[in-house]
Design a protein around this ligand. Structure first.
Ligand code: NAI
Ligand code: 3PY
Length: 313
């Protein structure tokens, strides 16, 4: 079995060694320009078109991340990049769920305990206990309730917050109120105090967090964007912060990355920023998942994690 690997920034040698250990029966190599030698599987992130185009013998392509938007947008421009019938897999969880839980829980607690207000008071040397917030006024709403959103919901339930989610179809997570489809988006937003985005980037979700949506949230709401920058209309977020509708935002992802130095988001006192690190690929867990999935394919089984090209995620 031959496996080709391409990632623009990962430590390729350590991935090749790790994969070889997980799959001793395979021949694993780095893909380089001009390599047309046979391959059964391709492991990729931002792959050059020529790496995959025409490789009809592939049994599977693995995206080395959870979101497949960059691969699918390339596929749109170059439909021959993924030969017909070759399944595309993505990383499901592989350690990202826990990272998303850490990020979301720490930030929700930061807002809930008013550390943002105390930080602002500190700038003024102002010693002033503030009214406590009540959990019942702190409903958390998850936009997207899949592998990662479901785990974030679970972690916030454990902290006693009212939690609701919105997805394409209804979910059955214990203690979580589930809303589904465009017709229930308004009900989901009504009363949501903290909006956490974990949607995939698809034509249906681009720009979804806009002025019209923000207006429907509870007053003094907060936005946590953990998914993709294109989901959020940044100008609308800034306007909602400045008109008082939103109390704060924490953003991990941006319409342009790295975020340009002249973006007004950097300077806004109620916007917190991290550089797209909410959940990163954990090599050991990712390699174990890929090896397990390849073994399932080799046995003729149908593994989890296949991307629906029809739905775009
Ligand atoms: N900031 C970061 O470091 C990272 C960001 N991500 C982002 O998180 C996203 C979510 O990852 P997973 O939970 O693994 O994805 P998933 O595919 O398991 O879950 C997606 C959820 O969104 C819902 N959804 C999709 N389209 C919808 C629509 N039109 N209307 C309503 N609901 C819709 C689905 O029903 C599902 O509940 C990824 O696509 C990626 O963009 C993932 C990993 C790291
Ligand atoms: O896996 C993904 O989709 C990511 O965004 C990793 O940072």
């Amino acid at each position: 079995m031959d496996i080709i690997f391409y990632h623009p920034t990962f430590d390729t040698q350590s991935w090749l060694a790790g994969l070889q250990q997980q799959l001793p029966e395979a021949r694993v190599r780095e893909w380089r320009e001009g390599d047309n030698q046979p391959a059964d599987y391709a492991l990729v992130w931002h792959p050059p078109v020529e790496m995959l185009a025409g490789r009809k013998q592939l049994k599977g392509v693995f995206a080395l991340g959870a979101g497949v938007d960059s691969i699918l947008s390339k596929l749109k421009a170059h439909p021959d990049m993924l030969p017909a019938g070759v399944p595309l897999f993505r990383l499901e969880d592989t350690g990202m769920g826990l990272q998303m839980q850490e990020y979301a829980v720490s930030q929700v607690l930061h807002w809930f305990r008013r550390f943002d207000d105390y930080q602002a008071q500190k700038q003024q040397a102002n010693w002033q206990p503030l009214d406590e917030y009540r959990r019942e006024d702190f409903t958390i709403g998850l936009l997207g309730a899949g592998v990662l959103g479901g785990q974030v919901a679970e972690s916030l339930i454990a902290w006693g917050f009212p939690v609701r989610c919105w997805s394409r179809s209804k979910k059955d997570y214990p203690g979580v109120t589930s809303f589904a489809g465009a017709e229930q988006l308004g009900d989901f937003l009504n009363g949501t105090r903290v909006l956490i985005n974990l949607l995939p980037n698809t034509p249906q979700t681009v720009g979804i967090i806009n002025a019209g949506l923000l207006e429907q949230l509870a007053d003094e709401a907060y936005v946590l964007n953990l998914a993709r920058g294109v989901h959020l209309v940044e100008a609308d977020l800034l306007a909602a912060l400045d008109n008082g509708k939103l109390k704060g935002a924490m953003l991990d992802v941006f319409s342009q990355e790295p975020l340009p130095v002249d973006s007004p988001l950097w300077k806004h006192p109620r916007v917190a920023i991290t550089p797209h690190i909410a959940a990163v690929t954990r090599p050991d867990e990712a390699m174990a998942y890929i090896a397990r999935t390849i073994r399932q394919i080799e046995k003729g089984e149908k593994p989890a994690g296949e991307v629906s090209l029809q739905h775009g995620y």
